[in-house]
Design a protein. Structure first.
Length: 202
């Protein structure tokens, strides 16, 4: 399940909870197992305030973290620069030791030219391989028919900035703002990614 989907589920649960407080105040508070809101207007107000804040967090678009990355030619480029040069981009974190990552990149590679034609997207596959496995990146890329950009996050700075613990992790960025996040890969996921691209390409 994508990060966006999880947030939407949490938002729905939170909204139902606040609705119960507002519409069924007396009965709900009497029967509440914990009784923390019983006859407590301040706590009720805090719950409503929490809902408003949570709603804002769920719907707010995050700015892309500005992190320095390396290219395969050992030059440096920032995420801010690539986002400022392209209206719509995808960043996918991957690693040479991650089988689902490679499956995702292979699947995207087959569709990438069509995606460019339809949405003008630029795709960046950012490797999080460290010094122990980074020597595998170039041979693997050379053996693949990947036409998208390969970048290196050798110290996992971007991975930490995204706040993720595992890969693959994919984001869509439009006008330097993150509009979509997804963790993991299962066959066919590229169709969901394409649908999100279409949604944000207009």
């Amino acid at each position: 399940m994508g990060v966006n989907c999880i947030l939407k589920v949490l938002f729905a649960i939170n909204w139902l909870f606040v609705k119960l407080i507002i519409k069924n105040n007396n009965n709900f508070l009497k029967n509440c197992k914990f009784g923390i809101f019983k006859n407590n207007k301040k706590m009720k107000k805090k719950a409503i305030a929490f809902f408003i804040i949570f709603y804002g967090l769920v719907n707010a678009q995050e700015m892309l973290p500005n992190v320095e990355l390396k290219t395969l030619s050992n030059s440096t480029i920032s995420t801010q620069k690539i986002a400022s040069e392209n209206e719509l981009i995808i960043i996918s974190l991957w690693a040479t030791w991650c089988v689902p990552c490679k499956n995702e990149l292979d699947a995207v590679s087959e569709l990438y030219q069509d995606w460019i034609d339809e949405t003008n997207v630029t795709y960046y596959a950012v490797s999080i391989d460290d010094s122990r496995t980074s020597n595998r990146i170039r041979p693997m890329v050379n053996g693949k028919d990947w036409e998208f950009e390969i970048l290196l996050d050798e110290n996992s700075d971007l991975k930490r900035a995204f706040g993720v613990s595992t890969v693959p992790f994919t984001v869509i960025i439009k006008n330097q703002k993150i509009v979509y996040k997804h963790m993991g890969y299962t066959p066919g996921y590229e169709e969901e990614l394409y649908a999100e691209l279409i949604k944000h390409s207009n």
